[in-house]
Design a protein around this ligand. Structure first.
Ligand code: MLT
Length: 408
């Protein structure tokens, strides 16, 4: 037998959302007449916007014609989409289409990007955190074995607790790479322009890189919260930005996202020479990836048209309204709640002493509602519970009805 990559044995037994799906499936099999409301994984429920559907139909029809048929596409993404992204999203930020790489989703891009770096690089992540940042570094062998709490010596954890408003303090020791996600998954916290500027200044001063996951920027409602890290002066030398069409335009099934790597963002080569990460990522993508399908890229392009933007805004408004109802509903139960204002995620503080997996079981068994235990996002998530606004309005309303009057 061939030896496996032993770092896989250091991972938690299963991926968080796979574990939840497994538990829910078991519960559903044992309770076939119970209607389960899923507010756990952040999967969207609204159908794709009409502009996306007609772009898909058109692109499919093109495939039946000799002129319209497409085989392998450019690994970096078609120019029509990269140009639409720059025009629509990065106006005035000095980002060139050449810096944009279209991929098949932010989870994939974030999971893969770490492979450009030496295994000795120290990675900083917030705690709690979207599990992909940690797990992909564990798989690569950059994290070392876990301790009893499931923490890895090779990872620098930045705790986000009620005491610091769920916003990490700047690291006390220098990491090479810092993962930031704002609006945050799972806490729903946001960084103001001034707060994000401090991170950019830190990265510049300490010669580190920021991987900025902006998957939830479309949920920002308040002023002074940046949607892109490139709104901050100096970020184009130290930050790579990850964007998704999943939570904005309903592409969780279609799969499309993009990474922005400005030419000034560089790593150190074997002789300490600076090497643009853009060139390395291009090399990686041309070797391991044949590009997001043409049909999907045409669908993504449609989200940048006037009609596409109007339609996606309406869908997002619906998810925001769900988030508000969940927030109000849990507050009415006497619980302390954060997030849900500039983010689709609502972060509920559980009564002291209650474990988040216990609350998961309670909500599922008693009310048929699925959420996500905070502990699944890291040790600092214990004592918290995440709900999402991505359900249907009817399910969200029913979930809040089922919970009405419930006392913990
Ligand atoms: C989540 O629920 O945290 C997200 O849906 C996961 C993802 O985007 O991969």
């Amino acid at each position: 037998m061939s030896r496996i990559n032993a770092h896989y044995c250091d991972l938690p037994g299963s991926y968080l959302f796979a574990e939840i799906a497994h538990r829910v499936q078991e519960h559903a099999a044992a309770n076939p007449h119970k209607r389960i409301i899923r507010l756990g994984i952040g999967d969207v429920t609204a159908p794709l916007p009409p502009a996306v559907i007609s772009a898909l139909h058109k692109a499919v029809a093109e495939q039946a014609t000799p002129e319209g048929f497409r085989g392998y596409g450019p690994e970096q993404g078609y120019a029509f989409l990269r140009e639409a992204i720059v025009t629509d999203v990065y106006q005035g930020m000095n980002i060139d289409p050449d810096a944009v790489f279209v991929g098949d989703g932010t989870k994939e891009d974030l999971g893969n990007f770490q492979e450009l770096f030496d295994l000795g690089c120290r990675v900083a992540i917030t705690d709690p955190v979207y599990p992909v940042y940690a797990d992909s570094n564990v798989m690569a062998g950059r994290a070392g074995p876990p301790d009893a709490l499931g923490r890895f010596a090779g990872i620098l954890y930045l705790p986000c607790t009620a005491e610091n408003g769920f916003l990490p303090d700047l690291p006390g020791e220098r990491p090479d790479i810092i993962y930031l996600c704002y609006p945050n998954n799972p806490t729903g916290a946001v960084l103001t322009r001034g707060q994000l500027a401090r991170w950019v200044a830190y990265a510049r001063e300490h010669d580190c890189l920021i991987f900025f996951d902006a998957a939830y920027e479309a949920y920002i409602t308040e002023a002074d919260i940046p949607r892109s890290i490139y709104e901050i002066e100096g970020a184009a030398d130290v930050a790579v930005e990850f964007r998704s069409y999943s939570k904005t335009a309903g592409f969780t099934g279609l799969r499309c996202g993009f990474v922005v790597i400005p030419p000034g963002v560089r790593g150190r080569g074997p002789g300490s020479e600076p090497i643009p990460l853009r060139d390395l990522w291009l090399r990686r993508q041309t070797t391991k990836y044949n590009g997001c399908p043409y049909i999907i890229q045409r669908a993504a392009e449609a989200t940048h048209t006037a009609a596409g933007k109007r339609e996606t805004r309406a869908i997002i408004a619906g998810y925001r309204e769900n988030a508000r109802r969940i927030r109000d509903g849990f507050q009415a139960l006497g619980l302390t709640v954060s997030g849900g204002t500039n983010a689709p995620y609502i972060w509920v503080k559980l009564p002291s002493g209650m474990g988040s997996w216990d609350f998961f079981d309670l909500l599922l068994n008693r009310f048929g509602i699925v959420g996500t235990p905070g502990a699944g996002f890291g040790p600092s998530g214990e004592g918290h519970f995440r709900l999402t606004g991505f359900g249907t309005a009817a399910d969200t309303g029913e979930a809040m009805e089922r919970l009405r009057g419930f006392t913990l």
